[in-house]
Design a protein around this ligand. Structure first.
Ligand code: HEM
Length: 131
């Protein structure tokens, strides 16, 4: 019974994270298509969903950590994912300001999101399949 509940909570964690990423990507593509100067409404939607996803994942990690301490591999995976999130926030924030920016910044914000999804998926997989 407890195992079944644990399984469905873990499924919810994956589904919840997937839904967050879906909306981050949809709002991101919407923002790209609407072009500069960015609509502050779409920009805020995009940022807030990304922030909410970060909070959701932080709560997920802290709940899992309460059950049993994290292993070094899990901590490394979490650290990499946090760095990718921070990289998205930094490159997204820099792309949005009015000053001229190297094209590489925007290119990075077009690539990092996919690495973030991959890293988040691996991290969640490690965390929910603990021995
Ligand atoms: C986990 C966090 C985030 C993810 C996964 C993400 C993902 C994306 C994606 C997939 C796009 C569309 C890129 C494309 O057209 O290929 C995008 C666009 C954009 N994002 Fe983010 N984003 C994140 C956080 C942020 C944050 C925190 C900011 C601002 C502070 C931001 C600012 C922007 C801007 C300005 C664009 C438009 C770029 C353009 O003109 O092509 N993003 N984002």
């Amino acid at each position: 019974m407890i195992q079944a509940i644990e399984m469905s909570i873990n499924q919810l964690r994956f589904v919840g994270t997937g839904v967050f990423f879906l909306f981050i990507f949809l709002s991101g593509f919407w923002l790209s298509h609407s072009g500069k100067p960015y609509s502050s409404m779409i920009f805020n939607i995009h940022k807030l969903i990304a922030l909410a996803a970060g909070i959701f994942l932080a709560i997920t990690v802290s709940r899992i950590h309460q059950v049993a301490p994290l292993s070094p591999v899990e901590i490394t995976a979490i650290a990499v994912t946090v760095l990718f999130f921070a990289g998205n926030a930094a490159t997204g924030g820099l792309s949005s300001i009015d000053k001229p920016m190297p094209a590489a910044v925007l290119t990075m914000h077009h690539i990092l999101p996919y690495l973030t999804v991959l890293s988040t998926a691996v991290t969640l997989y490690l965390l929910v399949n603990r021995k």
